[in-house]
Design a protein around this ligand. Structure first.
Ligand code: SF4
Ligand code: SF4
Length: 383
């Protein structure tokens, strides 16, 4: 016998209040489920989650709340333009902010770290800029043209940090007037906001905006698509308005203007992974390909599932901080596409992609097969 369930309007109203308004548009066609990367690996019926949210029958203790990577593939396919990642964020806010359900342990630790010391890794804030101490780079002061803001991962995590070091070396070679922040800045908050911790995001954002205002920051260069997204599209919500440039855009411009000239060939076969946050969310696809095409000796090859159809690495929307079981990781599926090409290097332009793919080649025993490098590292090596 079919169980008849009564819609709980109050619950739906709370989800809408937390930013899930878009759920009203859904007419249950199911195209989102068909395109969601989870279903290449296991089963995740996002259409059903939206339906439960419409009915107010969400199980806030279920891991469904935390599944979405925020990859946006479903939004691009949805005939009603339902912004599913924001509906999923609203469900997470009901858990994180309103207190229903259970926050996964690893995410709770990440939230606590970010709240206590201003970075998700729980590293000492007074060591935030230690990565740059031998690079001869100045701290941003009023009047400096560009603030280069590396993400928390790039400041504390040695493999990911290579992109920040390469960026500094490139900017110095091109005689760019730039500075880095001091230790007082905190995480941009993008990931923790998508994980539902709205009040923490607001606190972090107010801290950074106060520092940027004090210093008269106008233009911010970033190497993380996550910093890019929140600085550009979300900081204005709290009064922070700056020109935000991703390194890929800036490098393409420097090369076009002749301010960067390559002198060393890089004789390698390279493919490129479009990060969801820079690709589908921001439409930045061409710059990376232009940069790679301009490096002498480099052979570029496209993977299957590229540009708008790129497969997520699995690290967006707070998923970097959550455990994904072996066999269910989209990063490993993506790496299979790299192995098919027999590429020497997988180029990325996101610290989360780098972290996930580095983990992937270790867990798949393929560290000798392919290297994961940020575009900045490849450019710096060829100068
Ligand atoms: S694709 Fe859009 S309209 Fe169709 S079920 Fe998914 S959210 Fe609803
Ligand atoms: S944003 Fe990506 S991971 Fe999230 S439901 Fe849509 S397709 Fe699935």
């Amino acid at each position: 016998m079919t169980e008849i369930q009564t819609p709980l309007k109050e619950t739906t109203d709370i989800i809408i209040d937390e930013g899930g308004e878009a759920l009203k548009l859904c007419y249950q066609c199911g195209l989102c489920t068909g395109v969601c990367p989870w279903n290449r690996l296991t089963s995740f019926m996002v259409r059903k989650v939206i339906h439960k949210a419409q009915m107010g029958l969400v199980d806030f203790e279920s891991d469904e709340i935390w599944r979405c990577f925020g990859c946006k593939a479903c939004v691009d396919r949805c005939p009603r333009g339902v912004e599913i990642p924001y509906v999923m964020r609203a469900l997470r806010r009901v858990v994180m902010e309103v207190g229903a359900g259970i926050v996964p342990h690893s995410l709770r630790i990440t939230e606590k770290n970010t709240s206590a010391v201003g970075n998700p890794l729980g590293e000492p804030p007074d060591k935030r800029m230690d990565w740059a101490k031998d690079l001869g780079v100045k701290t941003f002061a009023r009047g400096t043209e560009i603030l280069y803001f590396p993400c928390c991962y790039q400041t504390y995590d040695p493999p990911t940090r290579k992109a920040a070091v390469a960026t500094v070396n490139i900017l110095k070679k091109a005689n760019v007037d730039f500075g880095i922040p001091d230790n007082n800045v905190v995480c941009c908050g993008e990931s923790i906001r998508k994980a539902g911790a709205e009040s923490l995001w607001q606190r972090l954002t107010k801290t950074n905006i106060a520092i940027f205002t004090e210093l008269g920051v106008k233009k911010i260069l970033v190497t993380s698509p996550h910093c890019y997204h929140t600085f550009k599209d979300e900081y204005p919500e709290l009064g922070g308005n700056y020109e935000i440039v991703h390194l890929s855009e800036y490098l393409a411009e420097l090369i076009k203007e002749g301010r960067l000239k390559f002198s060393k060939p890089l004789v390698k076969k390279v493919t490129y992974h479009d990060s969801c946050c820079l690709g589908r969310w921001q439409g930045i696809y061409d710059e990376h390909r232009q940069i790679l095409a301009s490096i002498p000796g480099l052979e570029f090859a496209e993977m299957r599932d590229t540009r708008e159809y790129a497969l997520c690495c699995g690290g967006c929307a707070g998923r970097l901080w959550l455990e994904t079981k072996k066999g269910e990781r989209p990063s490993e599926l993506r790496l299979e596409q790299v192995f098919e090409l027999e590429a020497d290097i997988l180029a990325v332009s996101c610290p989360y992609c780098m972290a996930n793919f580095n983990d992937g080649i270790i867990s798949m025993g393929k560290t000798e097969v392919v290297e994961i490098k940020d575009i900045a590292e490849l450019v710096a090596e060829a100068l």
